[in-house]
Design a protein around this ligand. Structure first.
Ligand code: GDP
Ligand code: GDP
Length: 458
């Protein structure tokens, strides 16, 4: 995979049919990955030897007529912003419709690379429609039949130069590493690459400073939250190289800014938060130093933990704190009391406005991500377990000592460990906590949930 292709066009022109043809059965692999949103389907596409991400904007059927145009427009804009290339599809049998013209206008304004495809082109019934397609001002249409697989060679020829360009770019951007990534093994150690960037979401209550922080990270040259309202309006993610790490940042702030009605705000930001958490590998919970740990912050932090995401807590507006030392002590106490489930997550003070602390935030994010992906060798785990059992033997409920025999790491992202033991149902939660906290400390795993599963064995 090297670039993202979005398939756009009005309902029924054949977008899903092409999507399915490009993605084939590989969709199953990506379906449960973060980043797949309700109305944008994402899959791993393949055409000849070209690999790419495909985004499909189908799924508009449920909309009632009034809102269809608006939704279609928003969805398309979002897809265009996410994508490197747009494949704009019309139905050659139906010819060019006013809705097609509306799409063409959006694309001419918004997208750098557009491939125009005249679908349903098998047979001569489509000839007139193919000619009409030139009037859209997007160049020569590719004659396609998504259903019958015709025209795929022409599509390949159009994609080839673009694929080359992105492959070169990816090579130039890739961080130096000798870790090889097996694409099919979800448990493989993962270093962010241009194709699979680090996925971050910045969440927090309104006015915590999310937009300011994201803009600071993006750098001044990216006018993404400029005064022209609507630029980030529907963007769901922004791609950047953050200190040379290919990164996608989920921008909830940009979406929230859309809501003008105050009452809508709370609800909207909660569901944005949900989507952001699903998308992210690392969730940055951004707090306002003046009003930290509000209900909304606690809810989203808890959600991130339950969803198994790596979490970094950042306290913003640190520039206006007077007694920083005293405040930090207070914050740490509150953190431990209000979010015990996030024990071990880093707490970083930042100023989104001045940029202070951003390097520490970056380092904490990278560390949390690395730990989230980490695999501890079984031999080391069992040596460790022996020591833990000696130091503090497990309890003996009703005179029967619980025996812990063997331990292994069953999964990563987040790390999950299985302990084989007798009477797993009798194991007190405090002993599980002792083991989890020990794992965290002894293997240095801050900022990630750690799951411990007890398996019975007589
Ligand atoms: P979407 O709403 O744009 O995703 O469209 P679909 O992929 O669901 O297709 C709409 C209809 O067009 C379906 O009945 C498809 O079977 C049909 N269709 C898709 N591609 C072609 C094609 O190349 N030729 C013909 N004749 N029909 C097609
Ligand atoms: P969002 O709603 O979370 O996206 O918050 P914004 O980024 O829009 O910021 C809300 C307000 O806080 C704005 O007036 C910002 O200028 C201000 N702000 C953001 N970060 C900082 C900071 O680090 N220090 C100070 N003093 N103000 C900040």
């Amino acid at each position: 995979m090297s670039f993202t292709l979005a398939i756009v066009g009005r309902p029924n022109v054949g977008k899903s049919t092409l999507f399915n043809r490009l993605v084939g059965r590989r969709l199953a692999l990506v379906d449960d990955q973060p980043g797949v949103t309700r109305d944008l389907r994402e899959g791993e596409g393949k055409l000849g030897d070209i690999r790419f991400t495909v985004v499909d904007t189908a799924g508009l059927e449920d909309a009632n007529d009034d809102s269809l145009q608006g939704r279609m427009r928003r969805l398309t804009e979002r897809a265009v912003d996410m994508a490197d290339i747009c494949l704009f599809m019309i139905d050659a049998r139906a010819g060019v419709t006013p809705t097609d013209e509306m799409f063409a206008e959006i694309l001419r304004k918004r997208s750098d690379h557009v491939i125009l495809a005249a679908n349903k082109s098998e047979g001569s019934a489509a000839d007139a429609g193919v000619i009409e397609a030139y009037s859209l001002g997007l160049g020569e249409p590719v004659r396609l039949s998504a259903e019958h697989g015709e025209g795929m060679n022409d599509l390949y020829s159009q994609l080839m130069p673009i694929a080359d360009e992105y492959a070169k770019r990816a090579e130039a951007n890739a961080p130096e590493t000798d870790v090889t990534i097996d694409e099919d093994d979800d448990d493989a150690p993962r270093v962010p690459t241009a194709e699979k960037p680090l996925q971050i979401a910045v969440v927090g209550r309104p006015n915590a400073g999310k937009s300011t922080l994201i803009n600071k990270i993006l750098g001044e040259d990216r006018l993404l939250t400029g005064p022209e309202a609507g630029i980030t309006r529907d963007a769901i993610s922004l791609r950047i190289n953050w200190n040379d790490t290919p990164t996608r940042i989920f921008d909830t702030a940009g979406m929230r800014k859309k809501a003008k009605v105050q009452e809508k705000l709370e609800k909207l930001s909660v569901s944005d938060g949900l989507r952001a958490v699903k998308f992210a590998e690392v969730v940055v919970v951004l707090l306002d130093a003046a009003i930290p740990f509000e209900q909304q912050d606690l809810r989203i932090a808890d959600l991130a933990e339950r969803e198994g995401r790596a979490v970094v807590v950042a306290v913003n507006k640190w520039d206006i704190e007077d007694d920083k030392q005293e405040k930090l002590k207070e914050l740490k106490e509150e953190f431990a009391r209000l979010l015990p489930q996030l024990r071990g997550a880093p707490l970083i003070t930042v100023s989104a406005k001045t940029g202070r602390g951003l390097e520490r935030l970056y380092a904490a994010i990278m560390k949390a991500h690395e730990v989230w992906n980490r695999r501890v060798p079984t031999a080391a785990l069992n040596r460790w377990l022996t020591g833990m059992l000696e130091q503090h033997p497990p309890p003996a409920p009703q005179g029967k000592r619980i025996k812990l025999r063997y331990m292994t790491q069953a999964k990563t992202r987040p790390p999950g460990f299985v302990v084989m033991c007798s009477h797993p149902d009798k194991m007190p939660a405090s002993y599980s906590r002792y083991l989890v906290n020990g794992l965290r400390e002894d293997f240095d795993m801050p900022g990630t949930p750690i799951r411990l599963m007890l398996r019975g064995q007589s």
